[in-house]
Design a protein. Structure first.
Length: 279
């Protein structure tokens, strides 16, 4: 076997692979990854990164460009429920006190949803989104429509930028962990913000090492990925709730639904027919 050390690890990929396998390393796309990334990936509910596009085609009868309002909202609900399932199965989170879990989900659910929307290629079309928000059923002042449209464009822009970066599954998992374990500026509801920050640092370190190994020719990629997270926080959570979940939850705060889903033994997606009173 060839010599495999810090200075010679890239000279023979076959011998490097054999050595990593012998040491029990986990792999993603043929490259060794940290145990944390491996655990984050195993928790992912999506069969592949085109989950949203495929489901969209099924719901729209093979043509995702003509998806109806209910179909878009149902697909968004699937993503939200899958997000909760992922959170429940990743390292560290289940060990936190219940109050910490609730606080972190409340602070980060909208960022996690945007990341999942980009990862799963959720079909986004302005007209159905506006209809889902109720603009076609109840006229609104022009200034409110303009403001809302600006926010919709911000949401779509964030998804588009993530798509253009061609973020892979391991990177999405790390970004979601970093977003989840974020104490925020005021650490509202957290009894031990320093511990949460240490968990966030673990995810950042894992992503740093992954970028160095997987994309050695793109040293700026790690910074570009991290810069996406502050931009996601600029998208109002109530906008996402109004766009995708108003028909599902009505006047119930989306945070209440998320909390209830998190503490159920098994997450199930409610049928929209069960909520016909909301339409």
């Amino acid at each position: 076997m060839c010599q495999i050390d810090q200075h010679h690890r890239n000279q023979c990929q076959y011998c490097r692979l054999k050595k990593c396998q012998g040491m029990g390393a986990e792999f993603f796309n043929g490259q060794p990854v940290s145990e944390l990334i491996s655990q984050l990936l195993r928790a992912e509910p999506y069969p592949n990164s085109r989950y949203g596009a495929q489901c969209g085609q099924q719901l729209a009868g093979g043509n995702s460009s003509v998806m109806g309002i209910d179909n878009i909202c149902e697909l968004a609900a699937r993503l939200l429920f899958s997000t909760i399932e992922w959170v429940r199965n990743i390292p560290y989170f289940p060990d936190l006190p219940v109050s910490e879990q609730v606080a972190l989900l409340r602070l980060s659910w909208s960022e996690l949803f945007i990341l999942n929307a980009a990862q799963s290629a959720l079909p986004l079309h302005t007209a159905p989104l506006l209809a889902a928000a109720g603009f076609h059923s109840s006229p609104m002042p022009a200034d409110r429509v303009v403001s809302f449209m600006d926010q919709v464009r911000v949401f779509q822009d964030q998804v588009d930028k993530l798509t253009r970066l061609q973020v892979d599954s391991a990177e999405y998992s790390c970004l979601k962990a970093i977003a989840l374990f974020s104490p925020g500026e005021n650490a509202c509801g957290l009894s031990d913000p320093a511990h949460i920050e240490s968990l966030q640092e673990k995810a950042q370190v894992a992503l740093t090492e992954y970028e160095r190994m997987q994309y050695p020719g793109h040293p700026q990629r790690f910074g570009r990925l991290l810069l996406r997270l502050p931009a996601l926080r600029a998208v109002p959570a109530n906008l996402i709730s109004q766009l995708f979940f108003m028909r599902l939850v009505g006047k119930t705060p989306i945070e209440t639904l998320i909390r209830d889903m998190h503490f159920k033994e098994e997450c199930t997606i409610p049928s929209f027919s069960e909520h016909s009173e909301l339409f």
